[in-house]
Design a protein around this ligand. Structure first.
Ligand code: HEC
Length: 265
């Protein structure tokens, strides 16, 4: 057997002291170390003896485990392995870093898309070149074609009152010949009636587009005239226009164009 060098024994002793374990006396190594384990009662070291009075603890080890001089309970291998392991694999770092951004973007997709709210004039432009096909006869920018020119103030000249222009679009050439004549123009026909295919709101929209956008007319001159819109409820009972719809249209014009439209009498 090889001798255990003194400095090693000394180190063992101080380690055991530090852990509060009984320290063996001199050079008789293993045998003395085993003593406290064997003696539950009197034989053991002072520390072990007091330990028996205590409920339980690392200070007073008992049983063969203590003999093996293993101070701390060994960790299960899988726990040790988990302590050595890096928590997140390096390759996953960018993925983890991007997660908040992804979450943010994903949350964004959950919200309903923002609706672009068109102004009356903008909606009127869509009616003009879209379903109503006014553009097909009057030109994309109102320059005229089959139908007369609407740009350059022309339409507003024919109908100084914007609601007369609304009436005209509702009636067309067939129903509105008298209106056209009253405006000092001889109807040659060819303008379709839109009362059935367009709502009152759409007609107001397209008239606003023609007067304000195409003809460059000053809306301030029309403000008083727009109040006549309320007359259409009784004038066209077959169309079923309601005061509620008209009030809403007037509110929108006031809000969007910044003009005062006289209240109903
Ligand atoms: C099929 C061709 C055609 C389409 C579509 C058409 N118009 Fe006309 N429009 C005419 C014709 C033709 C006249 C002239 C009417 C007449 O002489 O009786 C006219 C006249 C007008 C006038 C009077 C202009 C003036 O100063 O004399 C206005 C305002 C007008 N149209 C608006 C519209 C609007 C708004 C639309 C779409 C909702 C539209 N038109 C769609 C053919 C058309």
């Amino acid at each position: 057997m090889t001798e255990i060098p003194d400095h090693l024994l000394e180190r063992t002793r101080s380690r055991r002291q530090a852990l509060g374990l009984p320290v063996s006396g001199g050079g008789d190594g293993g045998a003395a170390a085993a003593t406290p384990a064997a003696g539950g009662g009197g034989g053991g070291g002072a520390v072990a003896a007091t330990g028996s009075n205590l409920p339980k603890g690392p200070v007073a080890p008992s049983g063969p485990a203590a003999a093996a001089a293993k101070p701390a309970k060994p960790l299960a291998p899988y726990i040790e392995a988990s302590k050595r392991r890096t928590r997140i694999p390096v390759w996953a770092m960018p993925v983890v870093a991007i997660l908040p951004l992804w979450a943010f973007l994903y949350a964004g997709t959950l919200e309903p898309p923002k609706k672009t709210v068109l102004t009356l004039k903008e909606a009127g432009a869509e009616v003009y070149s879209g379903a109503a096909a006014c553009a097909g006869c009057h030109g994309a920018t109102g320059g005229g074609g089959v139908g007369p020119q609407l740009s350059g103030g022309a339409a507003a000249e024919t109908f100084p009152n914007p609601v007369d222009m609304v009436r005209w679009v509702i009636l067309g050439s067939a129903g509105g010949a008298d209106l056209y004549a009253a405006a000092g123009k001889q109807s040659k026909g060819g303008m379709p009636a839109f009362g059935e295919t367009l709502s009152l709101t759409q007609i107001v929209e397209v008239v606003l587009h023609e007067r304000q956008t195409l003809a460059g007319h000053d809306i301030a001159e029309d403000a008083e005239g727009w109040a006549d819109l309320r007359e259409l409820v009784e004038e066209f009972p077959e169309r079923g226009y309601t005061e509620a719809e008209i009030d809403l249209i007037i509110e929108e014009i006031v809000a969007q164009e910044g003009v005062e439209i006289p209240a109903a009498e």
